[in-house]
Design a protein around this ligand. Structure first.
Ligand SMILES: NC(=O)C1=CN([C@@H]2O[C@H](COP(=O)(O)OP(=O)(O)OC[C@H]3O[C@@H](n4cnc5c(N)ncnc54)[C@H](OP(=O)(O)O)[C@@H]3O)[C@@H](O)[C@H]2O)C=CC1
Ligand SMILES: O=C(CO)COP(=O)(O)O
Ligand SMILES: [Zn+2]
Length: 348
């Protein structure tokens, strides 16, 4: 067995108002000099300004950049501005965090993740999902955040839809693990029992606590953040996004390429999980009921996406990340089979 390295965050700070300690946290982690804050156009006002003030209060020289898309262009644009930078912080949603994480990786710098929404499990993961030209979304190896600063006051004030989307992204671990087991049985792909167990336990726990996930409740934000971090740690243990990304993610990435107005990542993955669970011969209604309890979408209508795009994304999903074998196989679904599947699971 080849030697392996598991990279995990060194410090995880969660709770109301922790964002104001960013400067002290960075100082305690022995960073000094110039810091780059990467953020979004909405999240600059919501959180990055506080982060920058906190850094300046601890005498860090600070620059910031706003990004829109999790694309290779955005990553390179940030990387080109990192020459005299000692630390990168990503302050925003999943796209911002992925761009900051990947730019820091390419520049050989440490990265601190400051999520402003509990909408995805990339908060603590060592992966970045970056759109790279015609290759579409690529799951790239990246540096694990050295720290995570999750201010639950900010996260709970985010649109509740983002919190529900994060829950759905965790529920998607169910079919991700089934696909991983299938690839292990069929292709002898390396499989980590511990990563799979952590990923599945995280999904089971979030479903069990579904009733406690309520709008405006700081405890809900804390619960979902913990689960997203735990899912990201399963990704670290596995050394790939396998524990949290299978056929349901292929469907979501295909939808991102096809739909005129995609829904949120976690929302699409949740609906994909319903359909892929049926393909696996599992209890798709259990998944549908769980997502409903979390106020996450379970149909094309609730995603705000026309049935035609759902069917097309199902027929194209197997072409995404071809190296990752799933229940979709190498040939994927025919159009008739895709339509039948979406209807049978009440998605369209
Ligand atoms: N690397 C990994 O392991 C993983 C990566 N991902 C990736 O994450 C992305 C999905 O992330 P997601 O967060 O759903 O989508 P986005 O990053 O696109 O964020 C969605 C929107 O929410 C806004 N927003 C974020 N926080 C707040 C807040 N507190 N209040 C109001 N608005 C807010 C963002 O603002 P703004 O416009 O300022 O950005 C953005 O407009 C995908 O690209 C996916 O591939 C998902 C899972 C794992
Ligand atoms: O979204 C993810 C896990 O939830 C990351 O998955 P990908 O590696 O498919 O981008
Ligand atoms: Zn995901």
């Amino acid at each position: 067995m080849n030697p392996r390295k598991i990279e995990l965050p060194r410090e995880i700070h969660t709770g109301p108002g922790v964002i104001k300690n960013t400067g002290i946290i960075c100082k305690d982690l022995r960073f000094k000099g110039k810091v780059m804050v990467v953020t979004g156009y909405k999240t600059f006002k919501i959180a990055a300004k506080d982060v920058i003030n906190s850094l300046k209060a601890e005498d860090f020289e600070t620059e910031y950049m706003k990004v829109k898309e999790a694309s290779m262009e955005s990553v390179m644009m940030v990387k080109e501005n990192l020459d005299d930078i000692s630390l990168v912080l990503g302050v925003g949603g999943g796209k911002v965090i992925d761009v900051a994480k990947m730019a820091a990786t390419l520049a050989g710098l440490s990265f601190i993740s400051v999520p402003t929404a509990a909408s995805h499990d990339g908060i603590a993961s060592p992966r970045a999902s970056i759109r790279d030209g015609e290759r579409g979304s690529v799951s790239m190896k990246a540096t694990s955040p050295i720290g995570v600063i999750a201010d639950t006051d900010i996260i709970i004030k985010a649109p509740f839809r983002l919190l529900a989307s994060g829950c759905a992204d965790i529920v998607s671990n169910y079919t991700a693990i089934l696909d991983w087991k299938l690839a292990h049985r069929l292709l002898n792909e390396r499989y980590s029992e511990s990563a799979a167990a952590l990923s599945l336990m995280t999904a089971k726990m979030i479903i069990k606590s579904a009733d406690a996930i309520k709008e405006g409740l700081e405890r809900s934000a804390r619960l979902v953040v913990k689960s997203l971090i735990s899912s990201g740690i399963a990704i670290s243990i596995a050394g790939s996004s396998r524990p949290a990304s299978g056929s349901e993610h292929k469907f979501s990435h295909a939808l991102d390429n096809i739909a005129p107005k995609p829904a949120l990542h976690g929302e699409q993955c949740g609906v994909g999980t319903i359909m892929m669970m049926h393909l696996h011969g599992g209890d798709w209604r259990f998944i549908k009921d769980a997502l409903k309890k979390m106020h996450a979408p379970t149909t094309a209508y609730e995603l705000g996406i026309e049935p035609e795009y759902i069917i097309e994304a199902l027929t194209k999903a197997h072409t995404i990340r071809k190296e990752r074998y799933t229940i979709l196989g190498d040939r994927g679904l025919t159009r008739d089979a895709a339509e039948k599947l979406a209807k049978k699971t009440e998605v369209i």
